[in-house]
Write a protein that binds this ligand. Structure first.
Ligand SMILES: Nc1ncnc2c1ncn2[C@@H]1O[C@H](COP(=O)(O)OP(=O)(O)OP(=O)(O)O)[C@@H](O)[C@H]1O
Length: 270
């Protein structure tokens, strides 16, 4: 299977996120300066679920951080709906591997806190509470809304993080290995929940993962990065499975096996 056969034609609509000729490097103690991300161009359409996979240290998180406005680009530009991204914005929701919940607040209060700081909307206490509950329900956490982070499992804390980012209704959700720190069972449960979330509430997602199966389950497109230094996207693969997706049917599809093998060999070089 070649990457070309997997790449669908792009539509002509304005991409929601556009990376144009970006590069990024960091000072290195031994080498002085090391370019991590080589010249990269990507267009991401509204409503797409994109995953970025690639060898460890190739620069996946760095690309996500540049899109988030948390790192500057050295060359080129990144735009969101046509406007350059130069700093973090509420239009870019972020979920990291490690949850960053405020420990003295309940799950509901954590979501409310994010909503309260949204200058685009002033809401009453009641509105805030019902909105927070709505988003906690989306991630099946209604029963735990009053618990503090220490009273929640790692998976539950991550679900609060997802609800909180989602509640701000960003144009784009950026997920940096959001399920990476979870045990296999919890991880699978959360993958299914993310799948449901993105199918029922169409939004643009850009996610970094190491997990090929996760990428195949969730993505519309998978961007495969090569090894660094100067890592680039070596394959831009359109995932051919229709939605809503059914995990069992998906795994029995011969195309799934073929694509999985292709991705694994792209990552390992075998
Ligand atoms: N702020 C920084 N200063 C110096 N070097 C950095 C900085 N951020 C990232 N790097 C380096 O850039 C390289 C790419 O890091 P990055 O975290 O983007 O890779 P990654 O592909 O996400 O890795 P992993 O899969 O292991 O999480 C690494 O060598 C890392 O040490």
């Amino acid at each position: 299977m070649s990457a070309e056969t997997l790449t669908a034609e792009r539509t002509s609509t304005e991409p929601v996120v556009k990376l144009q000729g970006i590069t990024k490097g960091f000072p290195d103690r031994k080498k002085g300066f090391q370019r991590i991300v080589g010249t990269t161009d990507v267009d991401i359409d509204e409503g797409e679920f994109i995953t970025i996979i690639g060898p460890s240290g190739c620069g996946k998180s760095t690309i996500l951080k540049m899109i988030a406005g948390l790192e500057s680009v050295d060359e080129g530009s990144i735009s969101l709906a046509g406007e350059p991204i130069t700093e973090p914005s509420r239009e870019l929701g972020i979920v990291f591997q490690q949850h960053v919940l405020l420990p003295w607040m309940s799950a509901r209060q954590n979501v409310i806190f994010a909503l309260e700081t949204d200058p685009r909307q002033k809401r009453s206490k009641q509105e805030l509470e019902s909105l927070a509950d709505e988003y906690l329900e989306l991630v099946n956490l209604s029963h735990a809304a009053d618990r503090r982070p220490t009273q929640l499992s790692g998976g539950m804390q991550q679900r609060v993080g997802i609800a909180r980012a989602f509640a701000l209704e960003p144009k784009v959700m950026l997920l940096d290995e959001p399920l990476g720190a979870l045990d296999a069972l919890t991880r699978h449960e959360l993958q299914l929940q993310l799948l449901e979330l993105c199918e029922q509430h169409k939004r643009t997602f850009i996610m970094v993962t190491h997990d090929v199966d996760e990428a195949l389950l969730l993505s519309d497109r998978i961007l495969v990065m090569g090894a660094g230094p100067e890592a680039r996207i070596v394959h831009d693969i359109t995932v051919p499975f229709s939605r809503p997706r059914d995990v069992e049917n998906l795994e029995q599809d011969p195309k799934h096996h073929e694509l999985r093998s292709f991705l694994l060999s792209s990552l390992t070089g075998h």
